[in-house]
Design a protein around this ligand. Structure first.
Ligand code: GLU
Length: 301
């Protein structure tokens, strides 16, 4: 919260254009995304070749399968997004998921992405449907009863999105009597329901459905993490805008099967040692979004 600020213009669309498809490129040690003469996109991470990770049942399953199954979002521009026309997956979270896979020795062709909504994340991890989850997933104690988190790897806070012609809103209380939309099972909807009983709520599995309702005038505001809302505002700048500041602190973690301490420690080390890679992933995906944030310190609980 302290270091996350919305400073200026909303340029995620331009940032997305930069990221394109990030296929794995073993041996590439550059710290920035670039396109070579042949049109292939290089990545800031390297695919590891001699991985030795003992005591992780999740990693053992990946090796046996010959690939990684990663849970992500795919309707959150700048963070986790699937372009349905080109089938390109982009975003800060998606690239973080690729970076982790690469650290474990898996390249782009060995990654299967599964879109999983906020409300289904813990269950998907518990079921073993995915190996790990990277998608605007706030670390909290309630979730830690079911799963574990590596990280944090990103910091933001709850914000508000309103119609472009609506008055600015500075406190959530100002929305008393109004209808606010958010995703089922998310921390922002829980916050509204628990602490702002005067606000009416509309819930969907996906934030994009809330954004549609906002544009159609069916709800008065959408609430979730400001970093997510900034992506939507950049997608529909004529229609909607981010308003107010950050109302909470949200620290994003990588969701993991509970008790896989070896994998959690591995990912924490990758994040801690990979400051330059983190910066390159941030620059490639959110560099022109107006978001200013440092890499948070890993909390190796
Ligand atoms: N970070 C919040 C959460 O984990 C909101 C975003 C989301 O639903 O993914 O609930």
């Amino acid at each position: 919260m302290r270091r996350t600020r919305l400073i200026a213009g909303l340029g995620i669309v331009a940032a997305l254009a930069l990221t394109g498809c990030a296929s794995g490129s073993p041996g590439d040690s550059s710290t920035d995304s670039a396109t070579d003469g042949a049109g292939a996109t290089s990545t800031p991470w390297e695919v590891a070749t001699d991985v030795s990770l003992e005591g992780s049942p999740t990693y053992d399953a990946m090796v046996e399968r010959g690939g990684v199954i990663v849970g992500v979002k795919e309707d959150q521009p700048g963070l986790g997004y699937l372009d349905v026309t080109t089938q390109a997956r982009t975003g800060f979270d998606v690239d973080t998921a690729r970076w982790i896979a690469a650290s474990l020795g898996f390249d782009e062709e060995q990654i299967t992405f599964k879109a999983i909504a906020s409300v289904n994340r813990e269950q998907a991890i518990k079921n073993g449907d995915i190996d790990y989850y990277v998608g605007t997933y706030s670390i909290n104690d309630k979730r830690k009863q079911d799963i574990d988190f590596a990280g944090p790897y990103f910091e933001t806070g709850q914000g508000l999105l309103v119609a472009q012609d609506a008055p600015e809103v500075t406190t959530i209380e100002e929305l008393d009597g109004k209808t606010v939309c958010s995703a089922t099972g998310s921390t922002p909807i829980q916050n509204i329901k628990a602490n702002f009983p005067g606000i009416k709520t509309q819930e969907y599995d996906l934030y994009s459905a809330c954004v549609e309702d906002l544009i159609n005038g069916q709800v008065d505001a959408v609430t979730t993490d400001q970093a997510i809302l900034i992506g939507y505002a950049a997608q529909y700048p004529e229609d909607i805008k981010v308003t107010g500041g950050l109302f909470t602190q949200e620290l994003y973690g990588v969701g993991l099967p509970k008790g896989d301490d070896a994998l959690r420690t591995w990912i924490n080390t990758v994040l801690t040692d990979g400051g330059d890679i983190w910066k390159a992933i941030f620059k490639n995906n959110l560099g022109s979004s107006g978001i200013v944030v440092d890499q948070p310190k890993v909390d190796a609980y």
